[in-house]
Design a protein around this ligand. Structure first.
Ligand SMILES: Nc1ncnc2c1ncn2[C@@H]1O[C@H](COP(=O)(O)OP(=O)(O)OP(=O)(O)O)[C@@H](O)[C@H]1O
Length: 243
């Protein structure tokens, strides 16, 4: 379980998070939505301790991320898989090298053979078996996201964080990535946090929505509840997404 308590973060005079309170239950898939620049990615980075808050706390399975010594924070991070915006693959490395990178970086004691097996397993899971020797330049946008996801899954994380998983993809490819996220939620029994402003993606992948507005959680609930509200902020947001 992740408990976010009264989280505040400013950058210079820009007060981005102004008291976020949110509990994410184990096993659920939650979408974090809100207009561009409202602080969705900043919130995600707080959860894994990549950004520290000015005030407030994040508690992951009973551990306060803001008060942990570095080694403990690294241990907590190992329980997270992170699909970065744009997939963030290294162009000079093969798919195999990209996917296995977290195992190499974090000194897991796997043999070469075990690593090969794990990479093969995760690439199959994301629908890209046999692509180990390709370079990112040989992959389509959707394939890059899948490889990024295989890398996020390589350590068998309990939590998967998706930062705008469908941004920059055409509607058909977006839909296939959403389908994959949904499949993985069911198959792997993980907790998924999906940052997006794509309401089609929300509908397909998330059981619950948390909407950030003016630095706080403005709404938390399911999509039917959200669409049924006669609230100008919500209506305006949904309208802008073209949903
Ligand atoms: N490291 C940083 N230094 C200064 N400002 C930052 C930093 N990171 C984020 N910000 C600012 O915080 C605000 C929120 O950024 P964030 O990336 O979280 O938005 P977002 O909701 O994810 O937007 P988008 O949907 O466009 O990706 C923005 O105004 C951004 O410029």
């Amino acid at each position: 379980m992740i408990e976010i308590k009264n989280l505040h973060k400013s950058f210079g005079g820009n007060k981005v998070l102004r008291g976020i309170d949110l509990t994410i239950n184990t096993g659920e898939s939650i979408a974090i939505i809100g207009k561009s620049g409202c602080g969705k990615s900043v919130l995600l980075k707080h959860i894994v301790g990549l950004i520290m808050p000015d005030e407030g706390d994040i508690i992951v399975d009973g551990n306060s991320v803001t008060n942990l010594p570095k080694e403990k924070l690294y241990d907590i991070r190992k329980r997270f898989g992170f699909l970065f915006q744009g997939a963030a693959l290294f162009d000079s490395m093969t798919v195999f090298e990209n996917v296995s990178l977290p195992l190499v970086e974090n000194n897991y004691n796997f043999t070469g053979e075990e690593i090969e097996k794990l990479v093969e397993e995760k690439l199959s899971l994301v629908g890209l078996p046999g692509t180990e020797n390709l370079k990112p330049s040989e992959l389509s946008g959707g394939m890059k996201k899948r490889v990024g996801l295989a890398r996020a899954l390589i350590t068998n994380p309990e939590y998967i964080l998706y930062d705008e998983p469908t941004t920059g993809l055409d509607p058909v490819t977006s839909d296939s990535i959403d389908e994959l996220i949904k499949e993985l939620n069911a198959k792997l029994n993980v907790t998924s946090i999906i940052v997006t402003h794509d309401m089609f993606s929300v509908k397909k992948t998330a059981e619950r929505i948390a909407m950030i507005h003016e630095g706080k959680i403005y709404f938390s609930g399911d999509i039917e509840e959200m669409l049924g509200l006669n609230d100008p902020v919500i209506k305006n947001f949904v309208k802008r997404t073209g949903f």
